[in-house]
Design a protein around this ligand. Structure first.
Ligand SMILES: NC(=O)c1ccc[n+]([C@@H]2O[C@H](COP(=O)([O-])OP(=O)(O)OC[C@H]3O[C@@H](n4cnc5c(N)ncnc54)[C@H](OP(=O)(O)O)[C@@H]3O)[C@@H](O)[C@H]2O)c1
Length: 257
């Protein structure tokens, strides 16, 4: 994206983990980053860090489970920065973990509202701006677990599989309007989510040693590249950290900037 002053990119769940690292990479690459978190104040430390490194960053509260929060965050972004160029739908939860019959239905439904309805909320709220600008980018953070059931992860695998289809639906309906939507699979990354998985003891992923996990910077670089460069030939598809050619492109971009 070639936007004067850098594109404006909104990241959900930017207070920690992969979202915070995606925000750092975006800031380094010259984007104006809108950091969002479900609780007010949670992104302040990351915002201060970005500002100290010379990046432009603002914070907004956004619980992605709420359509009102999504609308308010998008409206505040457009008020503050005059535009919105990309959304990174990063916020997500892996719990409830447990064999299907052992999970609490209310907790399962609440997690769907975050992992699947959440990205829909942000896209729904941003579409009028994207369509008016005749361009916009969406990066939906998915996972290899979208294609592969794992014991104890019925909510996680089901919602992420739904997210893959949401990416394709947005591509089908809005590519002609200039909206490019990507799925992105970060691989097993060393964040709080993997701490939760390890503590659960459920399935083989919980036994992957911490030192085998990816440092967040590796997947985050690719997510930032997708949000800012938006390669048209990859729109509507799932992009993976395991794709060496993709990683090389993102790396070359990061080194050249
Ligand atoms: N780590 C991995 O190995 C891995 C692998 C594949 C895919 N992913 C995906 O990568 C994304 C980021 O995960 P992570 O590893 O960075 O996990 P994490 O460290 O647990 O961070 C999750 C983030 O999502 C936020 N969040 C949760 N519910 C929210 C809500 N209702 N509204 C707004 N924000 C909410 C959390 O905010 P709070 O601080 O308020 O809880 C936190 O910022 C997720 O979509 C995950 O599924 C991760």
């Amino acid at each position: 994206l070639n936007v004067d002053g850098g594109p404006v990119v909104l990241v959900t769940g930017a207070n920690r983990g992969l979202g915070a690292e995606i925000a750092r990479q975006l800031g380094r690459a010259g984007a104006t980053v809108v950091l969002t978190s479900r609780r007010a104040g949670d992104c302040d430390a990351v915002a201060r860090e970005l500002a100290a490194a010379g990046a432009r960053a603002t914070v907004e509260r956004c619980d992605v489970a709420s359509i009102d929060d999504a609308r308010d965050a998008v409206a505040a972004t457009v008020r503050t920065h005059g535009r919105l160029d990309a959304i990174v739908n990063n916020a997500g939860v892996v719990e409830p973990i447990g064999r299907l019959g052992d999970t609490d239905p209310a907790a399962w439904a609440a997690a769907v509202q975050i992992n699947l309805t959440g990205p829909y909320h942000l896209i729904h709220a941003a579409l009028p701006t994207f369509v008016a600008q005749k361009r916009g980018v969406v990066v939906n953070v998915s996972t290899g677990a979208a294609d592969r059931p794992r014991e104890g992860w019925s909510m996680y695998c089901s919602t992420k599989a739904g997210l893959v289809m949401l990416t394709r639906a947005v591509d089908l309906e809005y590519r002609d309007a200039g909206v490019l939507c990507y799925g992105f699979r970060p691989g097993m990354t060393d964040t709080g989510m993997q701490d939760v998985i390890r503590a659960s003891g459920m399935n083989e992923v919980s036994r992957v040693p911490k030192e085998k996990l990816l440092p967040p910077a590796r997947p985050a670089r690719i997510a930032a590249w997708l949000a800012m460069v938006a390669p048209p030939e990859l729109a509507g598809t799932e992009c993976s950290v395991q794709d060496a050619a993709l990683e090389a492109r993102a790396q070359a971009w990061a080194e050249g900037r």
